[in-house]
Design a binder for this molecule. Sequence first.
Ligand code: ADP
Ligand code: MG
Length: 588
Amino acid sequence: MRLRSLAFPLFAAAMLVLPSLPVPDFWITQLNYIGLYALVSLGLVLLTGVAGLTSFGQAAFVGLGAYTSAYLSLTVGVSPWLTLFVGLALAVAVAVVLGLLTLRMSGHYLPLATIAWGLALYYTMSNMEFLGKYDGLLGVPALQFFGISLADERAMYVLIWIVALASALGVTHLLDSRPGRAIRALKSGSTMAEAMGISTFRYKLTAFVLAAMLAAISGWLFAHFQRTVNPSPFSLAKGIEFLFMAVLGGVGHVWGAFTGAAVVKLVEDQLQVLLPRLIGTSGNFEIIVFGLVLVAVLKYAPDGLWPFVQRWLPARPRERDWEGATPLPTRDKPEPGSMLLDVQAVRKQFGGLVAVNDVSFSIRAGEIMGLIGPNGAGKSTTFNLVSGVLSLTSGEVVFRGQPVGGLPSREIARRGMSRTFQHVKMIPEMTVLENVALGGYLRTSSGVTRAMLRLDRDEERRLFAEAEAQLARIGMTAQMHELAGNLALGPQRLMEIARALCTDPSLLLLDEPAAGLRLKEKQALADVLRQLKAEGLSILLVEHDMDFVMGLVDHIVVMEFGTRLVAGTPAEVQASPVVRAAYLGTEH
Ligand code: ADP
Ligand code: MG
């Protein structure tokens, strides 16, 4: 464990003393390029590997950073340190505009838009008189650091690698934080994250902007390292190469960016010498080799090369450092017996199918209500209408005295409603504890900057103490460090309940929580639900298991074919001949 926490400082120290050792200039130059490329592919790790958004246009952001600094420092005479911030501001502005236009669309719009943006910027740079057209800008001034010139490549090396290592550390910190978990949740679709109060659009934009910033910093360094800029290093082909580096190195891993950058840079140089000799004419044949390698990587090692390196590094489980942390703030709770949820004639039509047909019911604070009915009766759809996951065709939902129909699910979550899903929705590659901590999103506030600088540790401790407490409640502390994807279905459902509880809800919506549980687990779950009720929590429960429901709930609503069939106490419902015929008759 200690070895692992020393791995980064040792690596960073080794990298930074390198230029003072008798390493040939050639290797220093190579490492400079590797550092510059790694910065760009680090952005792609965040954007593509973690958030699941593909960009071919990162080279254009590099160009934006490089040209901005070259032009301003050369022609206008602005200090090269200031131009960094101008370049960053431009990259952020462009990324925000591009993101606002494309990130809401699904599927292939973002990759296509980044290709268009990559081409557009390339041709702009190539055709602008004031940017020197295809020749670019020559004689870009070197950076000065308190009177020391960074014209020397060994001096530039130090700057490039300080920036690259700091960025790697920042992204590592980010991924292990509140905003980082929100970004990691993006790949699994937006429904669950939104139901936990996370604006998925905001975090897509965040990832896109951060990737653009990393590329722009790389461009700034590039301009003052090469001391000249021209359009060719910022072409679409280079954008594709950056993506290739990330995928080859391991697009889901911070150090995959560095591995990929190193391997591509070193192999590319070899191939540029070797291939023309083999083929007999010169040309960019390495592209063909890279294409073939990419196909092989995607087929045989879709996670890239880094995991093969990682296997030799000692693993580091999350330290349990939250003992005695101050509890997170709690919400004000509704008055026991007051009207909590009033569902008024909600309706949902999917084309010609009326899945929920003007269904009404209400829950008072402190009650457990059961929603039962045969498969396809419309129970889950009703849940989705109440929690804002689906939009209402008509009707209204009033929660704690306020109409919430038509609000997005994250707004309804903010008002104290939390839910689980019939088909478990989780982040399989996060631990159980991290998944549960997603539920505490709205009770915490750290943003990207705090996370990168590790100023969020106190809040994180409070959050993880809460997550662990909720897991303890359902008897799952033993599994808290396991990856959620490795759990059996039953424990996954329990984990979802803990996640919903972590939001500190006033109303808990559970969609078939006991499905897939063993008898003992069911009994334990029923005990937990009774205890929650005793603590004043209100619960709306969809369940198939009659025994489970009957012993637990205060009221039952029976649905069939989208309509409300009967409502009443468990005894009334059991005695109802209509229910026997319609529901019990078909199920048993
Ligand atoms: P239950 O949870 O009671 O088993 P559901 O609410 O899942 O039932 O489904 C009710 C009906 O609505 C079913 O006929 C189902 O096929 C249909 N349905 C549910 N979701 C959709 C959807 N997104 N698009 C079209 N039909 C749907
Ligand atoms: Mg259902």
